[in-house]
Ligand binder design. Structure first.
Ligand code: UD1
Length: 372
């Protein structure tokens, strides 16, 4: 296998992938390696995809698979079908997948099936995170992708024991840190210069930002109603800004819950820089996103997570995150929000090990070392 110039097929498909691949592609190219970008098209709206490419300076994808939305089976199958010929044509040293979306697992499955034929190995960036909840589609994607990968690069020190417990050989696992935080540091100054807050009539620390898109919160009418009522309760004292994911918007309309949005400032999905500005300026963030739990920790902004568990416990042990009590109730969410802001004086930006803006360089280094 060549050791000098690596050919790496980098796969991205959904919104949370884009901020992870941006620094990796850049580090690959700076080190003289070839990064070939495949966009599966899992996310396709301009606000969910193109905006991120433009803002983060991600090169135009070399291959766009255009798969779009579907059931899990349909989406995963379409990605696999479309990715196979790309892999056969490019025959890279590595397929590099990030995170835990369907695109991540689908590409890894294709690569492992063609391994004998292509000699291509699989690298998973953000390996080893576990929520221990098989009802979460992302948990299935995480476990399967890790099991198939030759090189497992972890974002935080709590990940390696999860992999060891599943019998994954330790020599395949390497701690590199959090590539998403590389992007956060690169973009923070730009975000702070945007007019996001003034345009929305917001003042720094004078509002709560909220995001909701997990099926467990938004696909069930009672669950969604509950969370929206809690946000409305918070909005009685502090302005609440809610950029709406397309899945959530569709379900709010379908379930007839639109009146519950009346007291909230509801926005279309924001691009990366504006979302970072909104998160950075918030008094507190209420979210069911994985990435935002990490971003609030890096920024020192209190975060209340609206889920049963988190696959990112480092944001609680070393950061600013806390879980709302499960099962979620209006009172439980509101009380946890009050606790989070009461505690805020003790918060500053928290940087777990490896959240230092240089994780992507370590990804490239790990690929080079593993290729030897
Ligand atoms: C996916 C990921 C999830 C991630 C989330 C971030 C999986 C299993 N889930 O969930 O881990 O946190 O992305 O956003 O991979 N839609 C649009 N426009 C788009 C994309 C989606 O309107 O550009 C609509 C689709 O019609 C679909 C719904 O949103 O009904 C869900 O899209 P999908 O990609 O299936 O999953 P997400 O909920 O976005």
């Amino acid at each position: 296998m060549p050791t000098d110039r690596l050919r790496v097929l980098v796969v991205a498909g959904a919104r949370p992938n884009f901020m992870k691949i941006a620094p990796i592609l850049s580090a690959l190219r700076s080190a003289g390696h070839e990064g070939i970008l495949v966009h599966t098209g899992q996310h396709y709206d301009a606000a969910m995809s193109d905006t991120f490419f433009a803002e983060l300076g991600i090169p135009h994808p070399d291959y766009h698979l255009g798969v779009g939305t579907g059931s899990h089976a349909v989406q995963t199958a379409k990605i696999m079908e479309a990715f196979e010929p790309v892999l056969l044509e490019t025959r890279p040293d590595w397929v590099l997948v990030v995170g835990d979306v369907n695109s991540t697992m689908a590409a890894a499955l294709v690569a492992v099936k063609l391994k004998e034929q292509t000699g291509t190995r699989i690298c998973h960036v953000e390996a080893g995170l576990r929520a221990s909840d098989w009802r979460m589609p992302e948990e299935v994607n995480r476990v399967v992708t890790d099991r198939l990968s030759d090189l497992l690069l972890t974002p935080s020190e709590d990940a390696a024991p999860n992999l060891a417990a599943e019998g994954i050989p330790t020599e395949r696992v390497k701690f590199v840190g959090n590539v998403m935080i590389d992007t956060l540091f690169t973009q923070l100054e730009t975000a702070r210069k945007t007019d996001t807050l003034s345009r929305l009539g917001l003042t720094r620390r004078g509002y709560v930002a909220a995001t909701l898109h997990r099926p467990s919160n938004v696909d069930d009418v009672a669950a969604l109603e509950n969370v929206l009522k809690a946000l409305a309760r918070v909005a009685e004292t502090t302005r609440v800004v809610l950029p709406l994911h397309p899945r959530t918007r569709k379900n709010v309309e379908k379930f007839g819950l639109t009146p519950l949005l009346a007291s909230l400032t509801v926005l279309d999905p924001l691009g990366y820089t504006e979302m970072l500005a909104l998160t950075d300026g918030a008094q507190c963030v209420l979210t069911d996103s994985g990435g935002i739990q990490e971003e609030t920790t890096a920024l020192g902004v209190p975060c209340v997570t609206l889920r049963e568990q988190t696959e990112r416990p480092v944001t609680i042990t070393h950061g600013t995150n806390r879980m709302a009590p499960w099962p979620l109730t209006v009172d439980g969410i509101v009380q946890t929000y009050h606790e989070a802001i009461a505690d805020a004086a003790t918060h500053g930006p928290k940087q777990p090990a490896g959240w230092d803006g240089r994780a992507a360089e370590r990804v490239v280094q790990a690929l080079v070392e593993a290729t030897r």
